[in-house]
Design a protein around this ligand. Sequence first.
Ligand code: JFZ
Length: 432
Amino acid sequence: MATGCTDKKKASEVSLKLDPQKVEWFKDAKFGMFIHWGLYSILEGSYNGHTMPDKSFPQGNSWYAEWIKPRLEVPDDFYNGLVNEFNPVKYDPESWVREACNAGMKYLVITAKHHDGFALWDSKVSDFDIAATPYKKDLIGPLVKACKKHGLKYGFYYSHWQDWEDPDGAMPFWYPWRPDEDFEKYWQRKSLPQVKELIKKYDPDLLWFDTWGWDNHITPERRDELIRLVRTYSDKCLINGRICFSDPGDNIDFLEMHDNSYPKEMLDKPWQTPATMQNSWAYHGKDYNWKPATRMLRYLVSNTSMGGNYLLNVGPKADGTLPAPAVRRLREMGAWLGTNGEAVYGTQPSSLKVDDGDVYLTEKTDGDEKYLYIFITEPKSSVSIPSVLTKGCCALETGQVLEMASEDGCTEIHIPERLFKDNSIVVLKAEL
Ligand code: JFZ
């Protein structure tokens, strides 16, 4: 089997830039699964009678359950002691991968280590890892195996900057600033070696690094040191822009939007939006703010129409099961993509523009044929396309031919009311 993991190259042979061909799979993938899972999953967003967000703590106003330790001021001993409780006996990585594939997702990104510093694999450079739990067994390896079996690309979120367990790792902004020479110790002792472990052990298709703001320890020099490390051991692994939020440089492979944020225009690099189904990334037992599947499909379609991907998060419970509301939404989205995926995968943004915020377009070339796909997200009786569509237009799901009329270089497509009766996004297909 082809592997991207390479033997150590000489420093002089390492190019910081990856061959753009290696990003093609990412551009065609459109839809991926993000997984936030770790010790914080045990607490489910609550500690000691307090539930996030809780404004009685100076920094408690956040839904992000993976941030519970600093935000609800959970003592180090208590939090780090959760290693003695983490025991995901119901973990079945193949069922996760099956849900991802059935949802129409083409890649998966899991938190190998989040800000709390806990590693989901048996790390040789830290004892704060899965090997210290009652479960003991590696969580990453079996997931990678299931991804390979089902043809899903896979990558790891790795918190290279924040590490709340390591005495020299970066802390949230309201803590005393970590002197740079201390941070350097963490960087050399844990951060770089763990990234190397992840690549050599699991050969990931991408790495998802995380920084924000402007003032942090990840300088362009450290950014390049990390990129060099990744390129030294892998000739396929993609790197996201948040490796150095303030200055990603020219050698990253794709841009990461802010959480749940959707650009209004095209970007000159491949990109994706990381997004939540609830407010929290990690499982939060009292976050009932589940987004409807149709809304999430609309985000997916909107990003696709602008050439971007949608990385949708699930937060598994500490026992290893996926929350029921997440599973139902994944299946609904997968059902829609099952009949409409032709308009999503392998498509490009269209050069045509429609002046209607509820309509999105993609295009696809298939041999000599060129198709236009029209996504209609709110009920309407017609849509006007700024092109003459002489070859006809139909509803993608049923093949029903729609009436249309051309005038002044535009085509008005008539849409039967019945098409909107089941409340999902309607896709039309036209030949250009
Ligand atoms: C980060 C993490 O802190 C969070 O826990 C989660 O993993 C998410 C996917 O990424 O959150 C961020 C990072 C950057 C910004 C906002 C939230 N930002 O730049 O605005």
